[in-house]
Design a protein around this ligand. Structure first.
Ligand code: HEM
Length: 409
């Protein structure tokens, strides 16, 4: 069987759906990074994939992804009790409704502040503006210093670089490594400072910020995280919050392509912005798939998956599977008006349970940020000048080539 690493790099998001089509669905077999691999999709496959008896994470993620996107020792790489204990930290920080409402307030405030600086007729790149808005907001929310301004701008650029450079071997990748090393060092320093000024290790019954909660967190063995791992985990709150910038820009793209959606989004009645946000997450390409390793011989629908096989869950493919979605390549928020998607149906951020499994704990944050910014964008008087809005599927992660330039009027 041919190794698919090169086709993956050259075809990007189209690689796995193409392979699935060619092999006629079911369990898709290939090789990746020199290992046998299978790819699955569909709600039943999601439940199979998130069962630890079938798929484990430790050692599944290649070093280049750890040194850019997630960080060494990150929650993404843990299994069993160790994972559940670390994950509980993220779940408590990221799914508390009043905490999320506070983040949404910071986001709205920072958007207003930025908007006041946009001059009529000037051209600005929405991607850059939103990444800065979100960096300021998430710093204020997590307790990371918001001064001096140059540090916040550098952090915004570094967080973007970490997301942008994880799936390539070129200069973007090296930029991402440097960005991660720089920010891990800086944040480890902040964690050490918190612990120095509070000899209990930052322990309080209710830590006041996410930064303090991470500083005070004890793993399954009862020890505080070493400062570098703590920095990795605070970055695992900051970086993916900034990653929502990609979805905001995709939302702007959808509005531009379908101007008739602008009025309902601007009004945001009956949860329309949330339905719109779900459709942005379904329709546009972001995380292509998630991966783990079979810890023993397992069986899926009568087919054997040998121990050590890499198991991929095709997120992008599932979100465009014609068996699950009518006209999957049509952008239509009505799919989600008046209903929430099923647990394992819409999977842009993984599937299964949040607490027990590896499902993204940041879906509420993502939806809150999108529901805050997209109606404001729909209400902003602006023009979209001629530019290259193509979204290359070969590039991971991808974006409209221009970064989406707007002209406030
Ligand atoms: C742009 C929006 C986002 C996308 C596309 C996204 C996507 C994902 C995906 C695909 C996973 C892996 C699921 C798996 O391994 O099975 C994940 C995990 C994770 N995400 Fe997100 N995410 C987003 C936003 C967020 C936000 C806003 C946060 C936090 C503020 C966050 C924090 C995490 C963490 C900590 C994990 C690791 C969970 C674990 O391994 O148990 N994500 N995300």
């Amino acid at each position: 069987m041919l190794d698919s690493t090169l086709p993956l790099l050259s075809q990007g998001y189209a690689w796995l759906p193409d392979l699935t089509r060619k092999q006629g669905g079911g369990v898709v077999r290939t090789r990746l990074l020199g290992k046998p691999a299978v790819a699955l999709r569909g709600p039943a496959a999601v439940a199979f994939f998130y069962d630890e008896a079938h798929v484990r994470r430790r050692t599944a993620l290649p070093e280049p992804i750890l040194s850019t996107l997630f960080g060494h020792g990150a929650v993404h790489t843990l299994d069993g009790e160790e994972h559940r204990r670390r994950k509980a930290l993220f779940v408590s920080l990221l799914t508390d409704a009043s905490g999320i409402a506070r983040l949404a307030e910071h986001v709205a405030e920072e958007w207003e502040r930025a908007r006041k600086e946009w001059r009529t007729g000037s051209r600005l790149t929405l991607f850059d503006e939103v990444s800065l808005v979100l960096t300021r907001a998430v710093c204020a929310w997590t307790g990371v210093p918001t001064e001096p301004e140059e540090d916040v701008r550098l952090l915004a650029r570094d967080l973007v670089a970490m997301v942008d450079g994880f799936a390539t071997a070129g200069p973007r990748h090296w930029r991402a490594r440097r960005a991660r090393a720089r920010q891990e060092e800086r944040l480890a320093g902040l964690i050490e400072e918190i612990r120095r000024t509070d000899p209990s290790g930052g322990d309080t019954a209710r830590p006041s910020t996410a930064l303090r909660a991470v500083a005070a967190h004890r793993d399954a063995d009862g020890h505080l995280l070493d400062a570098r791992t703590a920095a990795v985990e605070i970055l695992n709150v900051l970086r993916p919050t900034i990653a929502v910038t990609w979805f905001v820009v995709f939302g702007a793209h959808a509005l531009h392509r379908k101007p008739e959606l602008r009025a309902p989004l601007a009004e945001d009645r009956d949860g329309y912005a949330r339905a719109f946000a779900h459709e942005v997450r379904r329709f546009y390409p972001f995380a292509p798939f998630v991966a783990g390793l079979a810890p023993q011989d397992v069986e899926w629908r009568g087919q054997r998956i040998a121990e050590g096989t890499m198991v991929l869950l095709d997120l992008y493919g599932q979100n465009h599977d014609p068996e699950l979605w009518t006209d999957p390549y049509t952008f239509d928020p009505e799919r989600f008006t008046g209903r929430e998607p099923g647990r394992d149906e819409l999977v842009p951020q993984g599937g299964g349970e949040v607490s027990g499994g590896h499902r993204c704990p940041g879906e509420d944050v993502t939806l809150a940020v999108l529901s805050t910014l997209l109606p404001r964008l729909a209400r902003l008087d602006h023009r979209v000048p001629g530019q290259d809005l193509r979204i290359p599927l070969r590039r991971v992660p991808t974006l409209p080539r221009s970064g989406f330039v707007i002209e406030p009027v």
